[in-house]
Design a binder for this molecule. Structure first.
Ligand code: SF4
Length: 226
């Protein structure tokens, strides 16, 4: 772990001590579904949709025999609902047929499920199986580049490069903290640099709003994601 990366990670850990997945779930399969639904959608919206969805199709078996039109209806507000409904049902059918009804706990198997990429697979491994994984979403990628940890736009390359800087046991927590920091402070278009706890360490300090008062207005809080 480089000294700079360690210093940045230490501040992220202090800023976001309580690391938890913001999606509501009660089983690996439910987390898989919620993560699929979270593509191009907020966790808050997903958490509004999943109680009804899981009440009806909360297990692999029930989802595998679900009516796709009903799934579409239940998840409509998360966007891209046709593709997501096909992924949910398709994953459940494959898990029933090829994995004995249990969500596989390996990246190489998870990415074989329809609609499941490395990002979704790593979320499931990290939060449902306690297997460390780096989740490179848009926030993680952007922050990695701003921190100088990677120059790549390719999520797989970012994953490998950052994986060399941060100890494996921290990967899941790192992913969550990066995502939180990206959502709350280091925004895509207007990062709140003037209110950022990483101001002294970040090589990109100054690309965003520098006025402390104006920057504070840009900062989002937990309440914005509930
Ligand atoms: S200093 Fe600015 S660019 Fe760096 S992490 Fe903070 S908000 Fe992002």
């Amino acid at each position: 772990m480089s000294t700079e990366a360690r210093a940045i990670y230490r501040v992220l850990t202090k800023t976001y001590p309580d690391v938890r997945c913001e999606l509501d779930f009660e089983s690996p399969f439910q987390l898989l579904c919620a993560t699929v639904l979270s593509a191009q959608c907020t966790d808050k919206r997903v958490n509004m949709v999943t109680p009804k969805l899981f009440k009806k199709y909360g297990t692999v078996k029930k989802m595998a025999s679900a009516d796709v039109a009903v799934i579409e209806d239940l998840i409509h507000s998360t966007g891209f609902f046709r593709g997501k409904a096909r992924s949910l049902k398709g994953s459940a059918v494959k898990i029933m047929n090829e994995y004995g009804g249990e969500v596989p706990g390996e990246l190489i198997e998870l990415v074989k499920l329809p609609g499941v990429g490395r990002k979704t697979a790593n979320v499931v491994l990290g939060h449902a199986f306690d297997i460390p994984g780096i989740t490179v979403d848009t926030h993680f990628g952007r922050l990695s580049r701003r921190f100088g940890w990677s120059e790549s736009m390719d999520p797989v390359k970012v994953e490998h490069e950052v994986g060399k800087l941060i100890p494996r046991k921290e990967w899941t927590n790192l992913s969550q903290r990066m995502i939180w920091h990206g959502r709350r402070i280091c925004h895509s278009r207007k990062p709140a640099c003037g209110a950022c706890p990483l101001a002294k360490l970040c090589p990109s300090f100054g690309i965003g709003e520098m006025d402390k008062v104006k920057a504070m207005v840009l900062v989002k809080t937990d309440a914005d994601f509930r």
